[in-house]
Design a protein around this ligand. Structure first.
Ligand SMILES: CC(C)(COP(=O)(O)OP(=O)(O)OC[C@H]1O[C@@H](n2cnc3c(N)ncnc32)[C@H](O)[C@@H]1OP(=O)(O)O)[C@@H](O)C(=O)NCCC(=O)NCCS
Length: 144
């Protein structure tokens, strides 16, 4: 199982993984995948994660691992790898929205935040403003 930067030709596989989990994809058809990482096994994409980098802050998004590849620490590796990349780009804190995986992210150092404390740059993202329902839990983690 290897992790690598996503390429344009991973787009369909990433969207399929996210669609299977009912995670937002409508903005992924046209955007660059430079801040996405995939997990690959025998030539197939089995996991993905992405970020929207907004200056010194970032929105972590699109984390999914295929059903047959779960519980091997892959999501943890994807998160660590993305956070390392974000730090290299000068990002000091990472934010995310989740419907039902807040306990999972707590184990990775994220804390529940109130919506009022969300930085404006994160608030303006499509995911925050429209793609994720208002009931989603907001979490963040300092990276630096
Ligand atoms: C959440 C997800 C990415 C985890 O992938 P994974 O590669 O299996 O994760 P890891 O192997 O790193 O960690 C597995 C652990 O996380 C736990 N976990 C998985 N999903 C969880 C959730 N929604 N809430 C709480 N814990 C969860 C597992 O029970 C397991 O716990 P254990 O180590 O005590 O057995 C995967 O289950 C998935 O794609 N789910 C659907 C999409 C999703 O919820 N994405 C989250 C972003 S909104």
């Amino acid at each position: 199982m290897k992790l690598r930067a996503a390429r344009d030709d991973d787009r369909d596989a990433i969207i399929a993984l996210l669609d299977a989990e009912s995670l937002p994809t409508s903005d992924l058809w046209n955007r660059a995948l430079e801040d996405f990482i995939v997990a690959e096994n025998e030539g197939s994409v089995v996991g993905c994660i992405g970020a929207e980098v907004l200056g010194g802050t970032a929105l972590l998004r699109s984390l999914a691992v295929g059903v047959t590849s779960r519980r091997q620490g892959l999501a943890g590796r994807l998160i660590e790898s993305l956070e390392f990349k974000l730090l290299e780009h000068g990002v000091v804190d990472s934010w995310l929205l989740t419907i039902d995986a807040s306990d999972f992210f707590l184990r990775h150092g994220y804390w529940v935040q109130s919506r009022e404390d969300v930085p404006d740059a994160i608030r303006r993202t499509d995911e925050f403003s429209s793609l994720c329902p208002g009931t989603a839990i907001v979490m963040s983690k300092p990276l630096a």
